[in-house]
Design a protein around this ligand. Sequence first.
Ligand SMILES: *Cc1c(COP(=O)(O)O)cnc(C)c1O
Length: 361
Amino acid sequence: MKSVFLTPGPSELYFTTEDHIRQAMREQVCSISHRSKAFEGIYKKAVDELKALLNVPEDYHVLFTASATEVWERLIQNCVDHQTCHLVNGSFSRRFYDFANKLGRKAILHEKPLGQGFNADEIELNSSTEMLCLTQNETSTGVQLPIEDIYKFREKNPDTLIAVDAVSSIPYVDLDYSKIDSLFFSVQKGMGLPAGLGVWIVSERCVAKAYKRLENGESAGTYHSLPSLLEKAAKNQTPETPNMLGIYLLGKVCEDMNRRGIANIRQETNYKAALINFLYNEHPLFSHFVQEEKHRSKTVLVGDVKGIAAAELIEKVKAKGMTIGSGYGKNKASQIRIANFPTHSKEIFERLVDVLNEIKA
Ligand SMILES: *Cc1c(COP(=O)(O)O)cnc(C)c1O
């Protein structure tokens, strides 16, 4: 039976994605040259629509990579000589930290137990920190970092680059990009697209740092160094043969979301999150994993399950045509994670709540 995927990534495709894939086949998007005018048009449309959707300032660059995982590596290679600082409270933030170590940088670690979030007031950055690495939405635990805290870091540390992993909160998260230096995401979560494309937004400060590293005889990586990406981006191209279908679909889906209106998408996301939060508050089988309300993600809703094994519960929901996510890592047996992305309709969430309400221990 076909199922609606409410998993936090990969997830249900955006409801227009399938039609755009068919149209891409008719237009032979996968066969044209990545150095052709046709591809340059596809590239430009994706960048323009994305900048409009997310309200990215003119002087910020939108670049394409293979995935968000790649961006962790590229940020460190291009923008850090010696030292990063990481706020770690789950598997994804930890991998960003691991990458800095593996690339030989000194990575300062601030850590919280799973299910807890950070407050900017508690953290003092060491003055030699070049980049603060933040995970705005920790997908493994459903913990968010409020944007007000990100802005506080900026006020207190104006010279430190701020990089934000927003893989599972884009396009919902509404950020003032002038207060950060980089934001990145993969497209298979909130954007509802096939995996295999990363979007990397960077400020001029990041670019300047990468050029400075080259001037100093340091490496900024190879084909996906910022200078190399930017040189090609100026011509609406990429250094390598890219995921042309992915870039095409991104432009189309951003256009669809722009037509729908990002304010509507955000409002519906809040409504759907409220439905699940009510269930986690009231239903005897469920409780919130994230205790602090301001740290609860709106886009990845993590619940502790009692009285029934999470796997059994997930099977019961699957029998009704919906696939919800299991807990991550060691919480697999006792938790569920429900993705709340733009493609998930209010009706699907209402049906999910009905189904969850009927489940008995
Ligand atoms: C999924 C995810 C990633 C990794 O995305 P890939 O597409 O696998 O590279 C990174 N960070 C967060 C917060 C994620 O949820």
